[in-house]
Design a binder for this molecule. Structure first.
Ligand SMILES: *Cc1c(COP(=O)(O)O)cnc(C)c1O
Length: 426
């Protein structure tokens, strides 16, 4: 069998099973093409993508402007390493820093690397600026967090599957309940060796938990009062997903550009990934102002691919698409329609308890036990009916389509979801 021969879905799945490590449990569908809000499997069946690669493909699959930027740059210069300057990186750093309103950007590739970067910056700041004794700095994190899969990050996860038998774990993390200001206050007061508070503005992987109104702003204020850095992990919530350029933007208006002007909460360190490239290429970044970022000196941190010219070109194009096509506004509007329709449906159907989310990052809670296969089986039926989604935690299904969706397409999808669940027999 030649490598590029057409495969059936079954053959492709068998190959992955036999030759690939079993570190994922994919829904059984084998995709070979994507365009906008749609993907096609190897047999040619068309689907709505309601996961968007965990919100990496906010700009839609194979967006022509992003693909053009990528292929042009790939033909010109792909990688220099940071041993030399290249003519794209500085341009991108200026563009993205101004776009999000920070002094500086540190480029990496994956989300987990950007989180690691933020943790390192926060610790170094704690020793060199705040004056914490060496090796004493602690970082506050939240229960049920998801920040990636590296050894340090899983050290402060409480997902047993992600954690067990990967010890010994990295020290220096203090866990508090999410959306609990009292616990944050206590943690901040418990010690004078706190460097930072790391938080997801909405907990995506945990099941799209939206914190109480005002939580982020109050948490930020508490951190300020204790000279503690507020780190927002917006790898999943950022780049227009929640109906704002950033989920920390709060309720400012997105009329003109994307509300980067007056955020409700301005993090000291902002972590971005996923849709920063529109899903075309691994691009992540950490943004901060000089008072924080300047603790990083040559040799302290780096990555061979971080800040490569293709990544720089792709990220600039991806961010331009977000502004040009007003994706934050679209996500906000469609999200309101989605939740209103699904909330009505929850009242009349026993199988779904509730819908929650912000913008186009939403989830429905299935009325069954957490260890039941019901949510998974509903996702299989959704697949059969032309819509791809995946359970997050047991009985929760996340719905996160590309933000380039039209209202007509969204209403079509709402019908598919309602009909699938209405017809579903356990
Ligand atoms: C996906 C994600 C990450 C990790 O990103 P990778 O690119 O998979 O390493 C980190 N934080 C959050 C909130 C995420 O959703």
């Amino acid at each position: 069998m030649a490598v590029l021969d057409q495969l059936t879905s079954q053959e492709a799945i068998e190959l992955e099973n036999k030759y690939g490590a079993h570190n994922y449990h994919p829904l059984p569908v084998v995709l070979s093409r994507g365009e906008g809000v749609h993907v096609w499997d190897v047999e040619g069946k068309k689907y709505y993508d309601f996961l968007s690669a965990y919100s990496a493909v906010n700009q839609g699959h194979c967006h022509p402007k992003i693909v053009d930027a990528m292929t042009q740059q790939a033909k010109t210069l792909s990688l220099t390493s940071r041993a030399f300057y290249n003519n794209m990186l500085g341009r991108y750093e200026k563009f993205a820093s101004e776009y999000f309103g920070f002094d500086k950007l540190l480029p990496m590739n994956t989300g987990a690397e950007a989180v690691e970067t933020a943790l390192k910056i926060a610790r170094k700041w704690a020793y060199e600026v705040k004056g914490i004794d060496e090796n004493k700095a602690e970082i506050i994190v939240c229960e049920n967090n998801f920040h990636g899969r590296t050894t340090t990050i899983i050290s402060f996860s409480n997902d047993p599957v992600a954690r067990k038998n990967f010890g010994p774990y990295t020290k220096g993390f203090l866990k508090i309940e999410y959306d609990n200001l009292q616990e944050l206050q206590q943690a901040l007061e418990s010690s004078n060796t706190i460097a930072a508070f790391l938080v997801e503005p909405i907990q995506g992987e945990a099941g799209v938990y939206v914190p109480s109104e005002g939580y982020l702003a109050a948490a930020k204020k508490m951190c300020e009062d204790h000279n503690v850095l507020f780190i927002a992990d917006e790898v999943q919530t950022g780049i227009a997903r929640t109906g704002r350029l950033l989920a920390t933007c709060g309720n400012c208006s997105c009329e003109d550009k994307n509300c980067s002007g007056t955020p409700e909460v301005k993090p000291d360190i902002l972590i971005l990934g996923k849709a920063l490239s529109g899903g075309a290429y691994p691009v992540s970044a950490v943004l901060a102002n000089n008072a924080v970022m300047n603790v990083i000196k040559p040799g302290n941190h780096g990555s061979t691919f971080g800040g490569n010219p293709i990544a720089a070109a792709v990220a600039m194009a991806a961010l331009e698409v977000v502004a040009d096509e007003k994706l934050a506004i679209n996500a906000d509007r469609l999200g309101n329609i989605f939740r209103a329709e699904l909330a009505e449906f929850c009242k009349e159907n026993d199988l779904v308890k509730s819908v929650r989310g912000k913008g186009l990052l939403n989830a429905i809670l299935i009325n069954d036990t957490e260890d039941s296969a019901t949510a998974w089986n509903i996702c299989i039926k959704l697949r059969d009916n032309g819509l791809l989604a995946k359970p997050t935690h047991g009985n929760i299904i996340r719905f996160a389509p590309p933000l380039v969706m039209t209202e007509e397409e969204l209403r079509d999808c709402i019908e598919i979801i309602k009909n699938t669940i209405s017809d579903f027999k356990k």
